[in-house]
Write a protein that binds this ligand. Structure first.
Ligand code: SIN
Ligand code: CO
Length: 374
């Protein structure tokens, strides 16, 4: 299914993105759910899939984590099943994220799907990331408050909520409606009927994550070997004092490690192309020989990218799932980064180069791209 987003994208970026929440009424016209509640419940029974059940009775909240063995104990009210990164496991769900590629791939994270019965929801809360919440089947009332300081509390150790807030958006969403919420705006969804919601989530690294990720890279590559030196060391009254210029020197030394553009690009590409959730990797058995890949493409077979695989570009460098790919065929690599499915002509004459073909076979044999059986 090809989902078409009915949105003036530049208007959205100028007026709403990271600024204020908005309902995109019928953002998807004639919306058809890419998954059924039963299929979603089935996914939450798989050990690789990250899921949770949140329920509430008279203000008492409960959370349990998947994989689930059965749902027989659940009633008809006040619970919600939430499944993370469904785009990694279910191709039709992955298709629902593609219309959001007017925002950069590196900022897009994954698709979380919830199924809620009447009264179901996770309660009022804040998220650290932008999200588009698409209403699927059923109606659900969504309230969003302004970004003001709110007290947070944990009604259950696995649930962080905020105190009640005044709504700036309060709407019953219908299938195909989309609610965009920037980080930090309190919100809550309260189901009126059995309802499916699809959350296209974004990612925005914090300084802490970046420093920690960069430190790993520095250690792995043994960078930053230069040591502090002080040929112009100053006399001081107090031997215990660290002087401001010395602190500056230390900071300068550290910044120098970051301030190497080539290394920095390489690190960030590796860092940001890693997926935060497990991938459904199933390497082909037996592996493909490069000439079999060539023949299949010549016959018109198409290569499809594994759902959730992150493929990003910095200049001509392409990063796939945490690794930089070196190639003398930037156009072909670029096609791998840009397109969901690829056919013969997307690769141009790169396929005539045995080195590129071997590289492509490596990617297929890693389970990153596969021939679809259409
Ligand atoms: C949901 O309940 O479907 C979404 C939860 C959220 O607000 O992030
Ligand atoms: Co939320």
């Amino acid at each position: 299914m090809d989902y078409q987003l009915d949105l003036n994208e530049s208007d959205f970026l100028n007026n709403y993105w990271q600024k204020r929440p908005v309902i995109l009424k019928r953002g998807f016209k004639n919306f058809i759910d890419p998954i059924s509640p039963d299929e979603l419940a089935g996914l939450a029974m798989e050990s690789e899939v990250d899921s949770r059940l949140v329920s509430q009775q008279d203000g008492k909240w409960q959370v349990s984590h998947g994989p689930f063995e059965s749902y027989d104990h659940l009633g008809e009210h006040n619970w919600s099943l939430l499944v993370q990164a469904v785009n990694h496991w279910h191709e039709p769900c992955a298709a629902l994220m593609r219309p959001f590629r007017f925002l950069p791939d590196w900022r897009i994270d994954d698709l979380m799907i919830s199924f809620s019965v009447p009264g179901g929801g996770v309660g009022p809360h804040l998220d650290q990331y932008d999200v588009f919440i698409i209403q699927g089947t059923g109606r659900r009332r969504w309230r969003v408050g302004d970004k003001t300081p709110l007290k947070q509390h944990c009604p259950h150790p696995d649930l962080l909520q905020v105190e009640p807030f005044d709504a700036i958006i309060d709407e019953e969403m219908e299938p195909g409606d989309i609610l965009y919420i920037p980080p930090g705006f309190p919100h809550e969804g309260y189901s009126l009927e059995n309802a499916l919601n699809y959350s296209v989530g974004f990612r925005a690294p914090s300084g802490r994550e970046l420093i920690s990720g960069f430190a790993d890279f520095v250690l792995a590559r043994e960078l930053g070997s230069r040591r502090y030196n002080d040929p112009d060391i100053a006399m001081r009254d107090c031997p215990a004092a660290i002087l401001p210029q010395e602190l500056d020197g230390i900071r300068q030394l550290m910044l120098e490690v970051i301030d190497q553009p080539e290394q920095f690009r390489h690190w960030f590409g590796e860092f940001i192309s890693q997926s935060r959730h497990e991938l459904d990797i199933a390497p082909p058995e037996p592996p493909y020989q490069p000439d079999e890949i060539y023949d299949a493409l010549q016959q018109g077979d198409k290569l499809t990218r594994l759902g959730g695989l992150r493929v990003l570009k910095i200049g001509e460098a392409v990063f796939i799932n945490g690794e930089q790919l070196e190639s003398v065929h930037p156009a072909a690599l670029s096609a791998l980064a840009d397109k969901q499915t690829l056919s013969l002509r997307d690769f141009g004459d790169a396929l005539d180069d045995p080195a590129f073909l071997a590289q492509l076979a490596g990617l297929v044999n890693s389970g990153y791209w596969f021939f679809n059986e259409e």
